[in-house]
Design a protein around this ligand. Sequence first.
Ligand code: GCV
Length: 716
Amino acid sequence: MYFLLILTVFMFSLNVSGQQDYKLWLRYDKIENKELLSGYSSKIKGIAALGNSKTIQLATEELQQGLSGLLGMKIEIQQNQNAQSILVFGSKSSLDEATQQKLKKEFEQINNEGYIIKTIGSKENEQIVITAKTDVGVLYGVFYFLRLIQTNKSITNINIVDSPKINIRMLNHWDNLNGTVERGYAGSSLWNWQKLPDFIDQRYIDYARANASIGINGTVLNNVNANAIILTPQYLEKVEALANTFRPYGIKVYLTARFSAPIEIGKLKTADPYDADVINWWKEKVKEIYKRIPDFGGFLVKANSEGQPGPQNYGRNHVDGANMLADALAPFGGIVMWRAFVYSEHDVDDRAKQAYSEFVPYEGKFRDNVIVQVKNGAIDFQPREPFHPMFGAMPKTPLMMEFQITQEYLGFSSHLVFLPKLFQEVLESDTYCKGKGSTVAKIIDGSLENHKISGIAGVANIGSDLNWTGHPFAQANWYGYGRLAWNPYLDSGLIAEDWLRSTFSNDKNFVEPIKQMMLNSREAVVNYMTPLGLHHIMDTGHHYGPGPWVSNLSRPEWNPVYYHKADKNGIGFDRSKSGSNATGQYASEVGKMFDDVTTCPEKELLWFHHLPWDYKLSNGQTLWNGMALKYQEGVDEVKTMASTWDKMGKYVDEQRFNEVKMLLGIQYKEARWWRDACLLYFQQFSGKELPQGVEKPTQTLEYFQSLKFPFAPGNN
Ligand code: GCV
């Protein structure tokens, strides 16, 4: 009996701590600081909801639950909207005329998804109002307001006017219909296709809520390596159920469209975009979708890329394919996101140049409802890539950014890497396409060219794992992506701090060192995997661990040796004028900087130049020594991360503390694996000893080359 009791208590506590992990950044624990607590409590004695839409109901629940938790007392719903010290929220049309007038200026400043949070009324009759032009705007305002309190910010005389800068803020799920997730490291797909449409998993609602809290307003449910079956009535019914679940949270559903669907599920002989039956098939399919889902967002398409079907199979081009789908979607307000991730085994030119070469000639030829989705990096989401040269090269075409949140090339879900730091570096990059200050952020938010549509996509790192993302700190990457999608000019330090305060603790003795750890983590992974501009030297297929020696794959540009070109004379890919001339795809100011080895930033050196092993780096080290020391620096940084975390036990619950500790242990082991394997391999060419300060490898090169991972996750 006694044993049973202990067991029950133990299981209960396990369950409870599991729930902690599940809550993401939406934890509403009571404010610890007494002074702050009494300040907040004096200003929020109740809440008054205006309107009764599903979205306003959700906002009400969120506020009631959030404030009750944070303030440690039950927050009641007030019937009297004019009561003093209450929080009033509702859309513009639900406000009384006098309040609308008071906020006239603010309403002029926001767009349809923006919000206003403002203290109004005289000192004796103060109220905080959260309002917007739409109910979803109100929901965003509510989440923002709760975040202010969660992160212990002042709400005295509050006056916030905020709108998203990018229209389409999207997650791309690379989820397959069989439940696996391509490049997914957090369990299986969230979507239970077998039980849909009748069973709505609580997870779908929690997913939508988490996304709404950071402003994400779109989701592509299925993999870009698409299966046409998603477009059959049997599956569209399931998609409809998800769309209905997400709608009150302001999230639209999108699907990937397999270009050959008219053949595979439509019984046609061709998928030629010029064929009248094909055109008609897509029109009818789109009509069928909108009948079920009136606010369906549109299609994402991977065509003629890595073996996927596309218009080129019929002698047509990307414009023909994209415009055909765009015409079918246009009457319903849908869009096409056409991916520019293309490279061909038949093209001998540098892979980094191929997307630009293929797409830039199509400038101005796409329909208004087509947006071209460009990957972060002309190769493929590497730990560091210079910004994609297509940004800035197609002013008439709206270009969407595709970031990868899932860590395909950055240690899966076992490495702590804070990606907003990487995203910020790219967004801040200056393309110079319209002179100084033409940053990537200004291109994708549409402000540089005044585009009507603008978009950003993040390949999701979310799965069925209890903590959603596999690594507790990978939640910060989902969160940070959403915050940057809302405002691509945000500083990643601020994002890290908000996330830490919302997810763990407001104690500065925790926030400061861990924020620094997160910000350093990006450079750490670059250093222990691919320092000084090295890239694509991971192992084949699963992309887990180092594989700089791989040279036996059928397509040359799939082999790491293609990218590092190490030989006895040196290392690096010559993309300067004297090499592949990829530098020529950038605006001249940028191209010249990359082209000249003396002005090329060292962090991108070997991306653009092939240099001798004894080339002198700016710190006076030879290239070989400098590279080896960088690998060591990466390993040392992980060691520092682990010892920083070790001191944090008192600020974090035991479960999360231990999880992160164990994962940092794996990261440290794997950082050493990367360092040793890469240095032993490159040493064969440099013929030089490891410099002082670099630890000696504990295994041979043959050992590292013999490691095989046939069941590494995400590779399906
Ligand atoms: C979905 C890389 C990945 C593939 C991915 C592809 C893409 O090649 O390894 O898994 O396929 O990019 O983005 O289309």
